[in-house]
Design a protein around this ligand. Structure first.
Ligand code: TXA
Ligand code: MG
Length: 320
């Protein structure tokens, strides 16, 4: 790990690290972010590994130009453009239906993506030079305070990042405000650097809290978590019923002679990063097959294996 002063040369080097799939901590106006190429699933898996999150959390995509929003999200309301024109760059994250260009690991399998344009010259330059949206959570370990200086990042994540770009203190100091647009309404998911009043001055009344509390389990409506609609269980011989259409998700290889309708292997080399990077897209693919059941092989609960197991256990519980 290196702490580099954020001058042009060092920003260019950091952009090379991003392009090669590495991790760069960088300043934004809110807090420091732990960034990776948002279009490279393996690089994004490294973020979860470094943060030691017990589970996957959807990440914010950071962009350098307002127009990039169209590449990654569907924008189908004028009010969204009004917000962007008024508050970007700035501490406002928008949650919108995602395009297929955004890998599932970025959104934890959700059909929506969170996106913002940070108001910090170093962040903007880094993204521009990388030529890709940068997926980044706050650069703290899970459960710790968000970092507002480079030294905070090195204290908690020092050995996990390739480069920390030092751009001084974050001016805003709290995370961005998160606003979801869903079925013609705006929902404030997280209070942050931009106040509710400022937003309402621009677009009128918005709702607080999560989307549609009356129908929290309607498909695609949960703001944070995704589980397949098909029942999912951990492998057990009692589930191996040949009259059913069963799909299988193995870690390294298919170890059973059962006639599965569909088999997915998370990582033939047994690499947890690759497994994490594939997890959500494979679950989506299995879900599309109209199976009666998805059987999954547990992975060892170490490193990213914990996050993978956390997600699979939640999915299994949903159908028990
Ligand atoms: O100011 C910030 O937003 C900072 C800087 C680095 O940009 N980032 C940040 O990221 O606070 P993070 O990962 O610590 O918090 C992002 C929040 C999480 O609570 C996550 O669940 C939520 O955004 N989020 C991301 N994608 C979402 C989605 N598709 N739907 C709902 N919530 C989402
Ligand atoms: Mg955070």
């Amino acid at each position: 790990m290196r702490i580099d002063k954020a001058n042009s040369e060092n920003i260019r080097n950091a952009a090379d690290v991003i392009k090669k799939g590495g991790l760069v901590a960088f300043p934004t106006e809110t807090v420091y972010g732990l960034g990776a190429d948002g279009l490279n699933p393996i690089a994004v898996a490294k973020i979860f590994e470094a943060k030691k999150r017990p589970s996957f959390n959807p990440l914010i995509l950071h962009i350098a130009f307002k127009e990039w929003i169209e590449k990654f999200c569907y924008v189908n309301d004028d009010k969204v453009y009004r917000l962007i024109n008024k508050f970007w760059p700035g501490p406002l994250t928008l949650v919108l239906p995602k395009r297929s260009s955004v890998p599932d690991i970025v959104t934890s399998g959700n059909p929506t993506a969170a996106i913002r344009m940070p108001d910090h010259p170093v962040a903007l330059k880094l993204i521009e030079e990388s030529g890709t949206p940068i997926a980044a959570p706050s650069a703290n370990r899970f459960g710790h305070l968000s970092p507002t200086e480079a030294s905070h990042v090195s204290k908690y994540l020092g050995d996990k990042v390739d480069i920390i770009l030092d751009g001084g203190k974050s001016a805003v100091g709290v995370e961005s405000t998160i606003l979801q647009f869903h079925e013609n309404e705006f929902y404030l998911l997280r209070h942050g650097g931009l106040s509710k009043e400022e937003i309402e001055n621009e677009i009128g009344k918005i709702k607080s809290g999560t989307v549609d509390p009356d129908r929290p389990n309607a498909p695609g409506q949960l703001p944070f978590h995704y589980s397949p609609q098909t029942p999912l269980k951990f492998f057990d011989s009692k589930f191996l019923d040949e009259t059913k259409k069963i799909g299988a998700l193995f870690f390294k290889k298919n170890t059973l002679s059962f006639p599965f309708s569909n088999v997915k292997i998370l990582s033939q080399s047994g690499d947890l990063r690759e497994a994490a990077a594939n997890l959500f897209s494979y679950l989506h693919e299995l879900e599309k097959q109209n199976l009666d059941l998805i059987l999954v092989e547990p992975v060892e609960e170490k490193g990213l294996g914990r996050a993978i197991m956390d997600r699979l256990k939640k999915a299994a519980n949903q159908h028990s």
